[in-house]
Structure formats: structure tokens, C-alpha cells
Design a protein around this ligand. Structure first.
Ligand SMILES: NC(=O)C1=CN([C@@H]2O[C@H](COP(=O)(O)OP(=O)(O)OC[C@H]3O[C@@H](n4cnc5c(N)ncnc54)[C@H](O)[C@@H]3O)[C@@H](O)[C@H]2O)[C@@H](O)CC1
Ligand SMILES: Nc1ncnc2c1ncn2[C@@H]1O[C@H](COP(=O)(O)OP(=O)(O)O)[C@@H](O)[C@H]1O
Ligand SMILES: [K+]
Length: 494
């Protein structure tokens, strides 16, 4: 699913209006009906809705939503915040129509606000037309909304929140519990800095023309359930273990053999034909006992990796979980990079080694997948002002070195060498626990070994990893999830 800018969404609306054709008022009506349906599905008992409207089209939506709710007999109060003269044509038309059912309260100053004690607040003050920081009366109303304990649902986007960039600190923005957005997700929904101003988010279909969406160019996408399952290869009846590749995991050191074990078990549960783990000697028994399906090769050293096996027989290699950054491990890693030219997965300490020895970047095989969490990325690429800037730097590096980044987080961003960025929708905070990253490495290595193209391996791996986390959290609750639960909850069926 594409992520478009506010400007593009405006062009898209205009395209739908002239090509469907549909009037802009009808499009607003369709959006508002879809919003009401979604809103009502959120409550077992319909509460009193307090709808705060601005005077642009977002406010127009608010008025239409109020009317539709009232027509269905639901209790509604409407407030129109008079922060400016006039209003957009669709706002004005809906103001006339809502007047027949409800008497809006016009708010000219803070004193006009009587604050509700019960019910749900609907925020329809400003939408994607935000053009400057919020001030004056609008700011006062937003601060009051944020001070209430009542649930807040934003229409399309929280009022004051910029869809396409990160607002400067100090901007006045609604902090909703939930945002119900029209047709396509907004870039800001993917960014951790914006999370307080997004809440739970949901995208609803308002019938924007698909061909119009296709005409808009974007580098940003949200991976969706619908466009992934067909990417999972079917295992042929006469296939054998040789069909599914032989993966090598270079992982573990004294005290951190669990990382190797988690990667190995995740790799085995992701369809790989054969798996070999290369570990320091102290890891031999651990892996042979804990993951008996794995073949184990040991380094001459007891505690850290100091050399590499002949890598040529493997179809994919994962390096990093728990290996540490000993100088001897650096030499081994460097040797591996000079001897292997197929894409690899690099995680954890392999990334820390890259950060310490940046000259290694030039040696990375094309389409190698790097899976840094934010601190690892900072070590690798330097400090950035915010997550959007970090994505920008990752795009430059991905293009320069022809590599793929999985910038891990709540919406992991898969950044491709052609600068496209795919955000991931699955996963939950239960996954913020040690070892889940090692699981991801194992999954992606397994997919590479089976011959998935590196960009698909990265996107599919990240998606399935999050999905396994969601299944684990549904069974155990978020706080109870541990990395091993993700492995147990991996599913590769349709
Ligand atoms: N396809 C879609 O996405 C559709 C979008 N619609 C709605 O239309 C909205 C966009 O409508 P508009 O473009 O009218 O935008 P807004 O409703 O955000 O209003 C913008 C108006 O407020 C002014 N303004 C912007 N920032 C301000 C500030 N900080 N302080 C004071 N005034 C400010 C602008 O000059 C403009 O006149 C969407 O968010 C959505 O709610 C729907 O009505 C129908 C279809
Ligand atoms: N709040 C969250 N929501 C969704 N996924 C998360 C969240 N926090 C962490 N994750 C996921 O969990 C994994 C953590 O990886 P990482 O930080 O490398 O852990 P470790 O090094 O302990 O293995 C990543 O895939 C990340 O996307
Ligand atoms: K809004």
C-alpha cells in the first residue's frame, strides 16, 4: 500500500472527483459514513459523542459525522470552533445540513466551552490541510481536549499533526487514543516521535479510485497482509532438503550462545533445508542439545570466533548474533567478507564491527541485509535528529553500497537500494525483549537460503516475525512474550 503526501492526497481527491465522477461533497459523505461505521464498531454501548469541528474539510467531515450519528439516533453534541471567518464550501454545506438535526455550539472564545464529563471526543478540527503551527483559540481547544480523561478519536489525522514530517517540539497537537484515517496511511503514523499524536490507527476505505493511486509516485509503502501471502513459495511434492538451501549461521560467544540458539531455531522453523552453525567451541554442546537439527562446526577458540569455515558451499549466511567485537573476530569477519559474494544477513555485533571498521562497508556483497536497531544504526551511520532523518541516511547508504536495511522498531522500515522504503505493520511492544532480533536474523537467513530475492526475504521476514510476535502476545499477553515464543508461533501457510 502506498504512503502518499498530503499534497498527493489532495491530487488524488481531485482525480476521484473528476473521474468517477463524484462531487466533493459526496466524497466527504462517503468518508464520513465509513468513519461512523468504524467508530460504532469500537463501542459495545454507544456513548455520547462530542464532535469538535474546524472550518476546513476536516471540520466538514466532523459535521457530516455528527449528522449521520444523529440520524441513527445516537446522542451527539457539535462544537464549531470559530478560529477564522467562512469555511470551505463542503464545510458550509454540511453546516446547513447539520443545522436541520442538531444545533451546533459556536465557540468564539475559551469561555464558550462547557466541557463534557462523559462520552467520547471526536477531533475534527484540522486535517491534512495543516499549513502552520496551531495558535490562539484552536490551540486552547486542543489543550483542553488533551487535558480531558475522555477517549479521543481523531478524524483522518490528529489536529495539528503534520502528515509528512515530524512537527517541531512545542507544537500544539491533539493526543488521540485512536486515529481513523481515510484510504491510505500517513507517513507520520510510521514514526516513533509521532506515536503520542496517533494512538492506535486504522485506515478505512472511502472508495478513492485505484487508478488515481497508481498515478501517484511514491517511495514509501506499507507492507500489507494482502500483498504478501502470495510471495510464500509452495513446497513441491517431490522437493527434498537440498531444494531449500543450506544456511550458515556465524553466531555466539561465551555467555551469549543463546543468541546463536535463537537464530538457529528460528532459521529451522522458517523452512530452510539444512542449517550449519559456526560457533566457538563452548557452543558445541549447547547447540547439539538445544537445536539438534543443526549441524555444528566449531572455531578453534573456546570463547570467541577467530576464523571462518569455507563459506562457498552455503546458499546464505547470517553473521552477528552474540559474536562480540573481539579483534580476532573482526579479522574472521573480514576474511568472510572477502570469501563470500552472495547476499548475507548482518546483525548485532556484525553491525558493531562495521561501525568500528567502516572500511568493511565496501566489501559487503550486493543486496546484503543489515538489521540494526536504532542504537546500532546510530553507531553505523552517526547521530541523526530524528527517525525520519535516520531513514533518509539509510536510503543514501542503501543506494551507495547497494545494500538493504531493516531499521528495526515498532514499524520496522525495510530500505532498498533503489531508495524504496517499506514499513511493516505487524508486531507489538511484547517483542521489546532480548533475543527477538536474533530470531529475525534466523528467519531472513532461511528465506535467503531458500532462494527468495533479498528484498522479498527482508520484507517477508520482518512481516512474519511481527506476525509471530502478535500470535505470541495474543496467547500469552505482551509482557509475557519471550523471544522463543516467536519461534514457536511462526507459520508459513497461506
Ligand atoms: N480523500 C480524502 O482523504 C478526503 C479528505 N477529506 C478531509 O479533508 C481534510 C483536508 O481538508 P482541508 O484541505 O480543508 O484541510 P483542513 O480541514 O485541515 O483545514 C485546512 C484549513 O485550515 C487552515 N489552516 C491550516 N492550518 C491551520 C492552523 N494551524 N491554524 C489555523 N488555520 C489553519 C488552512 O488555511 C485551510 O483553510 C482531510 O484531512 C479529511 O478530513 C474528506 O472530506 C473527503 C476525502
Ligand atoms: N514496540 C515494538 N513494536 C513492535 N516490534 C518491536 C517493538 N520493539 C521491538 N520490536 C521488534 O523486536 C525486535 C528487537 O530486536 P533487537 O533490538 O535487535 O533485539 P535483540 O538484540 O535483543 O535480539 C525487532 O525486530 C523490533 O522490530
Ligand atoms: K482531525
Amino acid at each position: 500500500m502506498k504512503i502518499l503526501s498530503s499534497k498527493q492526497v489532495r491530487a488524488l481527491d481531485a482525480y476521484t472527483i473528476s473521474n468517477e465522477p463524484v462531487s466533493s461533497w459526496q466524497l466527504m459523505e462517503r468518508a464520513s459514513r465509513a468513519f461512523v461505521q468504524c467508530l460504532l464498531s469500537k463501542f459495545e454501548e454507544v456513548p455520547h459523542f462530542h464532535i469538535f469541528c474546524g472550518k476546513g474539510n476536516n471540520g466538514g467531515d466532523g459535521l457530516a459525522i455528527a449528522r449521520i450519528l444523529a440520524e441513527r439516533g445516537h446522542p451527539v453534541s457539535v462544537y464549531v470552533v470559530e478560529y477564522r471567518e467562512g469555511g470551505t464550501p463542503d464545510f458550509l454545506e454540511n453546516l446547513v445540513k447539520v443545522g436541520r438535526h442538531l444545533k451546533p455550539k459556536f465557540v468564539f472564545s475559551e469561555e464558550d466551552l462547557t466541557w463534557p464529563e462523559h462520552g467520547v471526543i471526536i477531533d475534527a478540527l484540522l486535517g491534512t490541510g495543516l499549513s502552520k503551527p496551531v495558535e490562539g483559540l484552536l490551540a486552547a481547544v486542543i489543550l483542553r481536549i488533551n487535558a480531558t480523561r475522555l477517549p479521543v478519536v481523531s478524524v483522518d489525522i490528529a489536529s495539528g499533526l503534520s502528515a509528512d514530517r515530524i512537527n517541531p517540539a512545542g507544537d500544539v497537537i491533539v493526543r488521540p487514543d485512536c486515529t481513523v484515517s481515510f484510504q491510505l496511511p500517513k507517513l507520520c503514523f510510521m514514526l516513533p516521535e509521532c506515536a503520542p499524536y496517533v494512538g492506535e490507527w486504522q485506515v478505512i476505505d472511502i472508495g478513492i479510485l485505484e487508478e488515481g493511486i497508481e498515478r501517484q509516485y511514491s517511495d514509501f509503502f506499507l507492507t500489507t497482509r494482502e500483498n504478501l501471502p502470495h510471495l510464500i513459495k509452495k513446497r513441491g511434492k517431490y522437493s527434498h532438503k537440498g531444494t531449500f538451501g543450506h544456511a550458515l549461521l556465524v553466531a555466539g560467544s561465551y555467555g551469549r550462545m543463546g543468541a546463536a540458539m535463537l537464530s538457529a531455531r528460528a532459521c529451522l522453523r522458517s523452512g530452510v533445508g539444512l542449517l550449519t552453525a559456526y560457533v566457538p567451541r563452548c557452543g558445541y554442546q549447547v547447540l547439539q542439545t538445544g537445536a539438534p537439527e543443526t549441524m555444528v562446526l566449531t572455531d578453534p577458540d573456546d570463547e570467541v570466533l577467530t576464523s571462518i569455515p569455507d563459506a562457498r558451499q552455503y546458499s546464505a549466511i547470517g553473521v552477528g548474533p552474540g559474536i562480540g567485537t573481539d579483534e580476532r573476530t573482526y579479522y574472521a569477519f573480514q576474511m568472510l567478507l572477502s570469501n563470500f559474494s552472495a547476499p548475507m544477513v548482518l546483525d548485532a555485533d556484525a553491525l558493531n564491527l562495521l561501525a568500528q571498521y567502516p572500511e568493511l562497508m565496501k566489501m559487503l556483497p550486493e543486496n546484503t541485509i543489515l538489521t540494526p536497531h536504532p542504537r546500532e544504526f546510530q553507531r553505523l551511520a552517526g547521530k541523526t535528529a530524528n527517525s525520519l532523518e535516520a531513514i533518509g541516511v539509510a536510503r543514501d547508504l542503501a543506494e551507495k553500497y547497494k545494500i538493504i536495511f531493516c531499521l528495526k522498531g515498532a514499524h520496522t522500515a525495510v530500505v532498498l537500494p533503489d531508495r524504496r522504503v517499506y514499513f511493516n505493520p505487524t508486531g507489538n511492544p511484547g517483542m521489546a525483549t532480548g533475543g527477538t532480533g536474533d530470531v529475525l536474523t534466523g528467519i531472513i537467513v532461511a528465506l535467503l537460503a531458500q532462494g527468495y530475492a533479498p528484498d522479498i526475504a527482508a520484507r517477508l521476514g520482518v512481516f512474519k516475525h511481527g506476525e509471530a510476535g502478535d500470535r505470541a502476545a495474543a496467547i500469552r499477553s505482551e509482557a509475557a512474550v519471550i523471544a522463543s515464543d516467536l519461534i514457536e508461533n511462526l507459520r508459513w501457510g497461506k
